[in-house]
Design a protein around this ligand. Structure first.
Ligand SMILES: Nc1ncnc2c1ncn2[C@@H]1O[C@H](COP(=O)(O)OP(=O)(O)OP(=O)(O)O)[C@@H](O)[C@H]1O
Ligand SMILES: [Mg+2]
Length: 244
């Protein structure tokens, strides 16, 4: 083995779970072009808790939607593991998302007529898990997010923080390796937000990769990696440990 190949081996990181290469997404606003993502490069590794911050309209939600495969990109590539996710058909992307990516939005998007457990069971049943197994697994995920006693409550019978925990449990169900969260604490008070941040931190410590868009500056205490996005341009912000 040559010195050069040894150097390559010793500096190699574990493979990224998700990799965006030069992705660009524009919207047309009359004659104007809005640059929501502009030549964005990003790698997300297992166990990383990534904070995506930036001005309103900067491009956070668009980037998360693009990474989730929910909107197409104009240029560039998104890889999920070794698969070129951004070029897959909508059906193939939906299938990959179902098993690999959990998504959490600000407004929970829980089904009101279903109990907490039934909401968490939905993606499991969509993956083909039997109802009995899905119920048992949903109970385990609800325990992970601290809601062991509340499986049978409907969303209307839960607090905002508890509903958000159900949404996190549903996003995790099936053992997802990546969570994309768009302002999941936007409608919560600061104490409840911190509980959700701490929950995301503990999930990252167990190996889940998490990318979260948030306007809450206190998330910096929890995140490993910080990015700012403005006019679609993504900039990595050194965290204190990196800049020292
Ligand atoms: N469907 C759309 N059609 C046209 N323009 C859009 C569309 N979605 C987003 N945009 C524009 O793209 C830019 C980025 O929007 P995006 O929602 O990604 O920002 P954001 O950083 O999530 O903002 P916020 O903090 O307010 O949620 C904005 O200028 C927005 O107006
Ligand atoms: Mg947004």
């Amino acid at each position: 083995m040559t010195d050069a190949s040894l150097a390559t081996v010793s500096t190699r990181r574990p493979p990224a779970l998700l990799r965006a290469e030069n992705i660009t997404k524009t919207y047309r606003d009359g004659v104007e072009t809005v640059w929501a993502c502009r030549e964005v490069n990003l790698e997300i590794f297992p166990g990383e808790l990534v904070w995506l911050r930036g001005v309103s309209g900067g491009g956070k939600s668009t980037l998360l939607m693009a990474l989730a495969g929910l909107v197409g990109v104009d240029e560039g590539s998104i890889y999920l593991g070794n698969s070129l996710y951004s070029n897959a058909s909508a059906k193939a992307r939906a299938r990959m998302r179902l098993t690999e990516i959990g998504i959490v939005f600000q407004d929970f998007l829980l089904l009101e007529e279903f109990t907490a457990a039934e909401n968490v069971m939905l993606p499991l049943e969509a993956m083909g898990t039997s109802p009995a197994e899905a119920r048992a697994e949903a109970a385990r995920w609800l325990e992970v997010v601290g809601l062991a006693q509340l499986n049978d409550r409907r969303p209307a019978q839960l607090s905002g923080g508890q509903r958000q925990r159900v949404a996190v449990a549903r996003a995790l169900a099936g053992g997802k390796s990546l969570i994309l969260a768009d302002e999941p604490t936007g409608s919560l008070d600061s104490a409840t937000s911190h509980e959700i941040f701490a929950l995301l931190r503990s999930l990252a410590d167990q190996g889940v990769a998490i990318v979260m868009a948030s306007h809450d500056p206190s998330f910096s205490d929890f995140a490993d990696v910080v990015y700012d996005i403005r006019d679609g341009i993504l900039t990595r912000i050194p965290v204190p440990a990196e800049s020292s």
